[in-house]
Write a protein that binds this ligand. Structure first.
Ligand code: GCB
Length: 594
């Protein structure tokens, strides 16, 4: 365990020193630290030809004399909200793919005994960050946090921060060239200045044993590789106060008994206040504890098999036609999931903001989190693999103290090949190094009907690597039912838990039509599809859960139908205006009775 912990730290150091210059190891629990937001209106310049870097606009230099001039000015021009995507803020940015410069000033008071970090919840998709005219680092990946230690780079008083953001799709990126959601660009999540003491707790991982109901493991890392530092973990409600000393790497590891522990579950999402402290640092947060494992074809939460009543959503507020980024947005999205009766949300298809993750945990909703390995990934590209590993690291490091996190998804709809297998296998191994308790899954779309057995089967050796196998199948939408739904059989991943992680079809809210015709795009057709699918699932031997696609209609540029879609994927159970479609009631009833 210790070797593994050191392993990923070394991995982080390697990637930070290699291609991904700048962004440093993530602090655990930034929202539990002393911070100020740098959110609000930022000045912006749209740079479709990417000339701003060549002309160093990030220097924002003052004019030298009356004859001097410059061809840009941040002040007095376009202003964009941070956090938010740019697409929803200006009609001409709706489809924009390219570079936008963001800039703002901020004041800092410096304190010798402190570190100051500049933290970004997410910037989509790649960015370079400049402080007081100098590039301090860069980041790639639109859905995970990153930070820079700017202690020695900031000035007391006013500082000038510029961020060059680019959302151009490329073949070596994750996701790659095409994906079924909007390519929102911008500084889409909180920006924060985070203060820590000089020697601080850089990260910690506190969790219940995989099987034992009352045994907690904690691992902690100090910012300094110093032995003999005292670390204290307290859970006052359980009357726990444990102390341990760091080793030569500044790491501490301790396990202790928690006799009266009440475990977290969707029915009772109990969280405990946990405090971690050293001589110089002190961090607090609410943590839940639960056991999670697989036995045969069943998933066990604590000591009971649990059926995954799932639902997916994108990180989008349909009515605003933009990214979700606030606590209020999280409430809006998750209360609908709860209302449907779901106990699992699949955060499709990328890590969503921390407000969603933390609120889901409080509400008793389990989570499936994945990075956007979504079709079309360049599995042969070593750099792409590095990017995937880095995204995984950032996702797991942000959320591994959240007990609601049940699944790490490693891929969505990928075809078997040697390159794919090696790529994904390295991710599974990487996940295991960082976190030993979550279940690892991937969603597949390639099961085939065997004409002899008349059952769906899947030939993909990669499923051996997974705890749970997931299937996306649009029976009755992209292709016809092979027979009556009650006759369709599934012999996929026998012996392992199987989740139907996507199914459904499109319906335009308010459109009624023939319940037998796909082409009617009607609520009745969608409703029937759901009933038929549920009928089919009732005969799947190793069924451990289902998760229909999807809770809300969402924007997708390649949904071209002029009247039924207009740039929206209409598979939502709830329309873009927030109205429940007929299929919603079918799912609600099913989840209520399950
Ligand atoms: C899928 C994808 C999902 C799409 C969905 C669809 O299989 O995983 O991202 O949006 O199908 O609507 O086609």
């Amino acid at each position: 365990m210790k070797e593994k912990f050191l392993g990923w730290i070394l991995f982080l150091i390697t990637i930070c020193n290699g291609q991904y210059v700048g962004a440093q190891e993530l602090l655990t629990n930034v929202y539990g630290r002393q911070y100020t937001f740098l959110n609000g209106k930022w000045n912006a310049i749209i740079d479709p030809y990417q000339q701003g870097r060549r002309t160093s606009i990030y220097k924002n230099r003052p004019l030298r004399n009356k004859a001097d001039f410059k061809e840009y000015e941040f002040e007095g021009g376009l202003r964009l909200n941070v956090p938010s995507d740019w697409n929803s803020q200006l009609p001409e940015l709706k489809y924009y793919e390219g570079t936008v410069w963001y800039a703002r000033k901020f004041e800092v008071s410096k304190n010798q005994d402190e570190n100051l970090f500049l933290y970004f919840g997410a910037v989509s998709y790649r960015c370079r960050v400049y402080l007081n005219g100098k590039e301090i680092g860069s980041h790639e990946g639109g859905f995970t946090p990153f930070q820079f230690n700017i202690t020695d780079l900031v000035k007391a008083g006013e500082n000038f921060l510029a961020v060059e953001v680019n959302n151009t799709r490329t073949v070596d990126a994750i996701p790659a060239l095409s994906f079924d959601w909007w390519n929102y660009g911008g500084i889409t999540r909180d920006v924060m200045l985070v203060r820590t003491p000089k020697v601080y707790i850089s990260n910690y991982f506190i969790q219940l044993d995989k099987y034992k109901p009352d045994y907690i493991h904690a691992t902690l890392q100090l910012s300094e590789q110093k032995a003999g530092q005292k670390v204290r973990i307290e859970i006052p409600e359980l009357k726990i106060a444990s102390e341990v000393q760091t080793d030569g790497q500044g790491m501490a590891k301790i396990s202790f008994c928690a006799k009266k522990l009440e475990r977290w579950s969707p029915q009772k999402p109990k969280l405990y206040q946990v405090t971690v402290s050293t001589a110089t640092d002190h961090v607090k947060e609410n943590i839940g504890f639960r056991n999670l494992s697989v036995k045969g074809t069943k998933i066990y939460l604590n000591d009971t098999p649990v059926f995954m009543k799932g639902i997916s959503f994108h990180e989008e507020i349909a009515q605003r036609q933009g990214r979700a980024f606030s606590e209020q947005d999280a409430v809006a999205l998750l209360s609908e999931a709860k209302e449907l009766g779901a106990n699992l949300v699949r955060l499709a298809h990328y890590p969503q903001n921390e407000y969603i993750v933390r609120l889901a945990e409080k509400m008793g909703i389990m989570l499936w989190e994945e990075i956007p390995i979504w079709q079309g990934i360049d599995f042969k590209n070593a750099e792409t693999r590095m990017k995937a590993q880095k995204m995984y690291t950032e996702m797991v490091m942000r959320d591994r103290n959240r007990c609601a996190l049940t699944f790490w998804g490693v891929a969505n709809e990928t075809a078997p090949s040697e390159a794919r297998n090696a790529f994904l296998k390295s991710l599974v191994e990487h996940c295991h190094e960082m976190d030993t308790t979550r279940l690892i899954t991937a969603a597949f779309d390639l099961p085939k009907l065997n004409p002899e057995t008349k059952a769906f089967e899947m030939n993909d050796s990669f499923i051996e690597e997974l705890d749970v196998v997931s299937i996306n199948k649009y029976m009755g939408w992209y292709h016809a039912w092979p027979s009556d739904p009650s006759e369709v059989r599934w012999n996929v991943a026998l012996g392992k838990p199987l989740i139907f992680s996507e199914f459904g079809g499109e319906a335009l809210y308010g459109q009624s039509g023939d319940s037998t015709l796909t082409s009617s795009w009607s609520e009745e057709y969608q409703e029937k599809l759901f009933r038929d699918n549920l009928e089919m699932f009732s005969r799947v031997e190793n069924l451990a859960g289902i998760s229909p696609w999807i809770l809300f209609d969402f924007r997708s540029p390649y949904r071209f139908h002029p009247t039924n879609q207009e740039g929206w994927n209409r598979k939502g159970l709830i329309s873009d205006q927030g109205f429940r479609k007929k299929a919603w009631y079918v799912m609600k009833e099913f989840y209520n009775n399950k």
